[in-house]
Write a protein that binds this ligand. Structure first.
Ligand code: NAG
Ligand code: NAG
Ligand code: NAG
Ligand code: NAG
Ligand code: NAG
Length: 245
């Protein structure tokens, strides 16, 4: 959407902008439309052994519960596993896939979205520039009753960051492996991630804690500190249940 402002209305416009700025939480965006927030604000605590969890995920493939293509080209299938769905202290599904970029929500017109963006996300109208979120196929989320905005721990490029289940994929066929701009940029800060430039290799591990929702999820934004608190808590319980410590 482009706003064309007649000069006579400039003072009014400034007033409107100022009141919007006061009402909204203060989020600074740089010229690439990405958040200036430090993405380590939603990264796993340094005490968490990410390599051990990654190795455990790679080895925990006995209970396949579903599978989806990672793209419309159908050249790769990602399997979703339920090996960790019934552990003593946590319940999680996990899968490995690529990371396409989803900027639906208030920033639906992001560069690279080539006209197919939607102004709403599945549980609100999240801002892709500031909310780290991952996407699930609609059918999987329905079948397994995954709660909207549920916590995910994403292992990408050797690190782990937290995200919420912010949107669903309802394409035909439904595909898997997708994240918001903010998640993509936190995962791959040097890869010029944008609406049409994600991460191709299917080497990203998504761990979905389907019933755990952080506090402070709004229509456009989330409380990043609350996301990190819940993420560290759930992952530490997973580490304990898997006896990785
Ligand atoms: C981001 O935050 C982490 C931990 O709070 C700190 O170690 C790091 O230096 C920060 N990076 C930048 C670019 O500010
Ligand atoms: C798990 O598998 C992925 C994809 O093959 C790989 O990139 C990653 O290094 C593996 N993790 C470990 C700890 O070996
Ligand atoms: C969420 O944000 C969108 C876009 O700004 C708006 O259309 C919608 O009414 C909002 N919903 C709620 C529940 O505030
Ligand atoms: C789905 O999950 C919600 C809460 O996460 C629960 O209230 C509801 O009963 C569940 N539905 C089914 C069919 O399990
Ligand atoms: C980064 O991506 C944008 C499109 O989103 C493109 O216009 C630009 O040329 C790219 N920059 C580099 C260095 O590849």
């Amino acid at each position: 959407m482009i706003w064309i402002m007649p000069p006579a209305f400039a003072p009014l416009y400034a007033l409107v902008l100022a009141s919007v700025a006061l009402a909204a939480p203060m989020i600074l965006l740089n010229d690439r439309g990405s958040s200036t927030a430090n993405s380590s604000a939603f990264a796993a605590a340094s005490s968490i052994n990410v390599a051990a969890i990654s190795a455990a995920a790679n080895a925990s493939t006995k209970n396949e519960v579903d599978s989806y293509y990672t793209s419309q080209a159908k050249d790769h299938t990602s399997k979703i596993y339920g090996d960790w769905s019934n552990l003593p202290h946590v319940s999680a599904f996990h899968f490995m896939a690529d990371m396409d970029i989803d900027c639906d929500g208030v920033y639906w017109n992001c560069p690279g979205n080539s006209g197919d963006g939607q102004p709403l996300t599945s549980f609100g109208a999240l801002d892709s520039r500031v909310v780290p979120w991952y996407v699930l196929p609609e059918k999987f989320a329905d079948d397994k009753n995954i709660t909207g905005n549920a916590l995910g721990a994403i292992i990408c490029d050797g690190k782990m960051v937290y995200a919420i289940f912010g949107d669903t994929n309802g394409a035909t066929p439904q595909v898997i492996g997708e994240g918001s701009l903010e998640l993509g940029r936190a995962c791959f800060p040097n890869d010029n991630i944008s609406g049409d430039n994600g991460h191709g290799p299917a080497d990203v591990t998504y761990i979905v804690f389907g019933k755990e929702v952080p506090t402070g999820v709004g229509n456009h934004t989330i409380d990043i500190a609350a996301l990190k608190t819940l993420g560290d808590q759930q992952v530490q319980l997973l580490v304990q249940d898997l006896k990785l410590d």
